[in-house]
Structures are given as C-alpha cells and as structure tokens.
Design a binder for this molecule. Structure first.
Ligand code: UDP
Length: 253
C-alpha cells in the first residue's frame, strides 16, 4: 500500500480514496490469491480502534481502509489532509456487486439475523433483493451472523466449500474485522469486506437515510431517529471530533 495515500486520524490509518480509486485497488486485490482485507471505518470504529489494540492492528494491516462516514471527511480537513468525499461501505459494496456480476465471480454473504423458521433470515432477504438488481450475480452461499466461537471452523469450511471468490461480512464492528483477520490464512476467498448493517439495508429491515440527509452529512441523525436506542453509540461522532481537534491542537497524530 503506497504510504502517500494513507493518512492517520487519531493515529489510525485511513486511505485517501474516492470510489474510482477504491475500485481500482479492489480489482487488484481480487487478482491475487491471498485473502485481502478491506475495512470501512467510521468515526465510531476509529474511536474504538484507538482503545482496542487488536482492532488497531487489524486496520494497520488491512489492504484497503475506506473512509466511511462524514466524521472522517471533517477530521481529514482538520488534519490538513482533506478527503474529497467519503466512500460509504454500502455504496462500495454495490460497486463490488456490479463488478463481481460483470466478471462472473461469486460472493458469500455472512452476517445479520437468522430467520425464525417461518421467516427468511435478513441475509436471505437481502440476497433476494440483490438478485433482483444484479440478476447474473453468483451467490455462492449465505450464513447468518449469530454463531459461537466454537462454530467458526465449520463456518470457514462452509465458506471455502462454497467456492466463493469474495466474502461480505456484515457482523457489526469489531466482530467482522476480527473474524476476517483471525481466519485470513484459512479463508480461500480473494478478499473480504466488513460492511456493518448493509444487509439490513438491502433486506429493508433498516431504512437508508434519504438523499437530503446523505447530501448534508446527516446520516447519523436519520439513524438516530430510526434507532434512538443507539444514542450512546451516536455520542461517538461528537466525541471523535473533539478528540481530533484536541490531537490537532497538541500537534500530534
Ligand atoms: N450482527 C451479527 N452478529 C453479531 C452482531 C451483529 O451478524 O453477533 C449483525 C446485525 O444483525 C446487523 C449488523 O451486524 O445486521 C450490523 O450491526 P450494527 O448495527 O451494530 O453495525 P453498524 O451498521 O453500526 O456497523
């Protein structure tokens, strides 16, 4: 990873990439055999990574660190290394789905809530919607995200046996980053990404913010209106901005 593209926010690395550059890197990662890791940190993940050594190390070693969230764009401006735009995990995933469909490569969806016997799981519902849009996409396999540590080995085997080229891990952070990192050497996919609640958005169980909120950097406000119980997690954004300002004032990273 060329160092000039990578900036540090609260001492966590973030790649200064927009969609087209991110896609170019993605295509390169898909042309190698090893399992590359793509992470999509927002302010909350950066604040957590500054406290969680393992998560920080995972981001340090990731092959692509996408700046997901308006907080990172503001922070990059404060640090004097402005990012032109954020690359949201969900939009990047859409670009990936299009690329995989076009090139005949397959995907495994891992994560989100299982069905209860009478209803489909969130990942299955998301896959149905995704198939409506990407009709020729090859979905190699699907598995929900509520598994125990003891089940991980069997799950990795299932992913490998599906023959998938790419893994979409929607397990929430830091579970998704840690799952991919810890199993990187066993996984036969060429790359894996952690995309938080993206499958919920595809399934329709979580609504994406309307364009107005997205265009004005207010996605966090819409999310709060939808899920007020997340108020504690929402505090991460102002906290993050304060930390970035303080670190800038101190002249540090
Ligand atoms: N999730 C999961 N396994 C878990 C915990 C969460 O699959 O053990 C799923 C959850 O169902 C949701 C997704 O992870 O679909 C994202 O969760 P969250 O809202 O915490 O993530 P964010 O979108 O904020 O990154």
């Amino acid at each position: 990873m060329p160092s000039n593209r990578r900036i540090r926010i609260l001492d966590i690395p973030v790649d200064m990439v927009e969609y087209s550059a991110a896609m170019e890197i993605f295509k390169k990662l898909m042309s190698t055999v090893d399992c590359s890791q793509i992470v999509t940190p927002n302010s909350e993940i950066i604040v957590n990574a500054a406290k969680d050594k393992e998560l920080k190390e995972i981001i340090e070693q990731a092959d692509l660190v996408i700046p997901d969230g308006i907080g990172l764009v503001y922070a990059s401006r404060i640090m004097g290394m402005p990012l032109k735009e954020r690359v949201t995990g969900i939009d990047f995933l859409s670009a990936i789905l299009g690329y995989l469909e076009e090139t005949g490569q397959s995907i495994f969806f891992l994560g989100s809530k299982p069905g209860d016997g009478s209803t489909l799981g969130v990942a299955e519902q998301a896959a149905e919607k995704i198939k409506e849009k990407y009709t020729n996409l090859n979905i190699a396999g699907i598995h929900h995200g509520y598994f125990k540590e003891a089940e991980e080995e069997a799950l990795v085997k299932k992913i490998n046996e599906s023959g998938a080229d790419f893994l979409c891990a929607a397990l929430g952070s830091p579970k998704q980053e840690k799952f991919v990192f810890q199993n990187r050497n066993q996984l036969k996919v060429k790359a894996a990404i952690g995309v938080g609640g993206s499958l919920d958005v595809w399934a329709g169980t979580l609504k994406r913010a309307p364009e107005f909120y997205r265009n004005h950097g207010l996605e966090w406000l819409y999310r709060f209106i939808q899920q007020p119980s997340r108020y504690k997690r929402m505090a991460a954004l102002p906290l993050f901005m304060i930390k970035v300002l303080l670190s800038k004032l101190k002249g540090g990273k």
